[in-house]
Design a protein around this ligand. Structure first.
Ligand SMILES: *Cc1c(COP(=O)(O)O)cnc(C)c1O
Length: 400
């Protein structure tokens, strides 16, 4: 191991993401009294502002001390009963893990297997929903951004499929690696539960599941008989309404969340989405200039938060990722499960700017050069610089 001991480690995994200095300072505070009389002055406006991040007026946001996986569990156990049927597509490690959680929770899971590199099969879903005339399917589950493959799905399309089939099932969305980075519209898309987590677009350490329930999902909680205790929203509803929590809240993270939401609003959500698009597009231009291809098979699946990149046949992406870490302190996402050894992933979400994205594109060229991957040195950097330069001039058109 010859890695230099100086310089900043380059964290380009798709979560946890870089925590901005302002958020770190907000977290680094003396411990405080979670029953203080003035706490609601802080918590109630935060709950209200979080609704704006989900783009909902009528929904309710809950903060659970857990990673995103706990958010899935909260979504499922609060709204459904054992044996209830759910429809989900599996097309990557995260959608696969959600299937696994549903099975272990005792739901009747109808899984549509889709090739890795594609997303939620909207037309197939519509056929299945139309054929379910008894309305046995209680919830349709969609992974908005599959972090293993860098694939973003069309949630408005899934809503369209439910409506076209006249089906009353609830719509649950895993937005852990999309919300606060890629446009998400809870109310407009008729989403009933949206799950996110602190360590991706929210630019915080791991430790908070940020979950939003629609009125329909809140109502479903009244009759859902799945066993739940820690993740029971009833306890949250009872205490959150006065600005408190049913058990010790991770106040440091919640203070950090306030700073993160402030930063998102100061930049403007639409500008945050446009920035993610531009930086992702710079990576995609570089990948294409290198002569490599993405795991996402078509532009309509391109993710603005993570790119999974195939290395040429014969190059072990696991060894590539390990070498980059040991030699240069670069952390890439590894290839998971079906694409292990084939892809490496560049996470480009959260607190990221042009300088950082050009540094990882340039450093990736160095790693490829060391690894004898055939490509034209400088081609990816050149393509990214040209694109960033041009798109800066047209930033309003791109955001539109
Ligand atoms: C990160 C992630 C999760 C949650 O993982 P945790 O490690 O439990 O936070 C779920 N779904 C997707 C799509 C993710 O990217």
């Amino acid at each position: 191991m010859t890695r230099s001991l100086v310089g900043t480690p380059a964290l380009f995994i798709p979560g946890p993401t870089n925590v901005p200095e302002r958020v770190r300072s907000a977290i680094d505070i003396p411990m405080e009294d979670q029953r203080a009389p003035d706490l609601p002055e802080f918590t109630l406006p935060l709950f209200a502002d979080l609704k704006k991040v989900f783009k909902t007026e009528s929904g309710q946001v809950f903060l659970f001390p857990s990673s995103g996986t706990g958010g899935w569990e909260a979504a499922m156990t609060n709204t459904l009963s054992p044996g209830d049927k759910v429809l989900i597509a599996s097309f990557g490690q995260f959608s696969h893990l959600w299937v696994d959680l549903c099975q272990r929770q005792g739901f009747d899971v109808e899984v549509v297997d889709v090739d890795w590199g594609e997303g939620v099969p909207v037309e197939r879903f519509q056929e299945i929903l139309a054929a379910d005339t008894e309305h046995e399917i209680k919830a349709v589950l969609a992974t908005h951004n599959e972090t293993a493959t860098g694939v973003t799905s069309d949630i408005a399309g899934v809503r369209g499929a439910l409506d076209a089939a006249g089906h009353p099932a609830m719509l649950f969305v895993d937005g852990v690696s999309s919300i606060a980075s890629i446009d998400f519209r809870m109310d407009e898309w008729g989403v009933d539960v949206a799950v996110s987590g602190s360590q991706k677009g929210f630019m915080l350490p791991a430790g908070l599941a940020i979950v939003c329930f629609s009125q329909k999902a809140l109502k479903a909680a009244g009759s859902a008989t799945s066993r739940r205790c820690y993740f029971d929203i009833a306890d949250m509803i009872r205490t959150n309404k006065d600005g408190y929590f049913p058990y010790t809240p991770p106040m440091s993270l919640i203070r950090g969340l306030r700073a993160s939401v402030d930063m998102l609003f100061e930049e403007g959500l639409e500008n945050v989405f446009a920035r993610h698009y531009r930086l992702a597009e710079a990576v995609r231009r570089a990948v294409s200039a290198w002569g490599l291809s993405l795991c996402a098979t078509e532009p309509k699946w391109h993710s603005d938060t993570v790119s999974a990149i195939y290395l040429p046949e014969g190059v072990d992406s696991g060894a590539f990722v390990k070498y980059a870490y040991q030699q240069y302190g670069i952390s890439y996402g590894v290839g998971l499960s079906k694409v292990a050894g084939r892809v490496f992933r560049i996470g480009h979400l959260g607190a990221l700017n042009e300088t950082m994205i050009l540094s990882i594109i340039g450093a990736t060229e160095l790693v490829m050069r060391d690894f004898d991957v055939a490509f034209q040195t400088g081609s990816g950097v050149a393509a990214a610089v040209e694109y960033l330069h041009e798109s800066n001039k047209n930033i309003r058109d791109i955001a539109a």
